[in-house]
Write a protein that binds this ligand. Sequence first.
Ligand code: ZN
Length: 136
Amino acid sequence: MRKVEHIGIAVKSMSSANELFSKLFGKKAYKSEKVEREGVTTTFFQMGETKIELLEATTPDSPIAKFIEKKGEGIHHLAYEVDDITAEMARLEKEGFTLLNKEPQKGADNKLICFLHPKSTNGVLVELCQESKDGM
Ligand code: ZN
């Protein structure tokens, strides 16, 4: 793994969170994107080499809605950049980590992603992400 690519924060209301984080960071989000399959709307702030991703549920049964129900708003996941997500998934599975996706998924921000179960990573939901190559 190369670096923390972004930190995901679950929010109840994107419009008020967007306003709050814009004030906090002193700059605007560079991108907002709906990921239908994951049931989320995402908003990204560039913070040097890393990013902050705000996540709002689009449906009541979205994983983000369930997360907020259980734990409240707050840090939802840490995303690490990898060069080859398929190879990294195979390596981590061999090491005994529980992958939540069998295949890389298409995530926000033009990424291929895979989540690891927080039970196998000390309670922290981990996302692997690889820059999506053209044609994928
Ligand atoms: Zn993420």
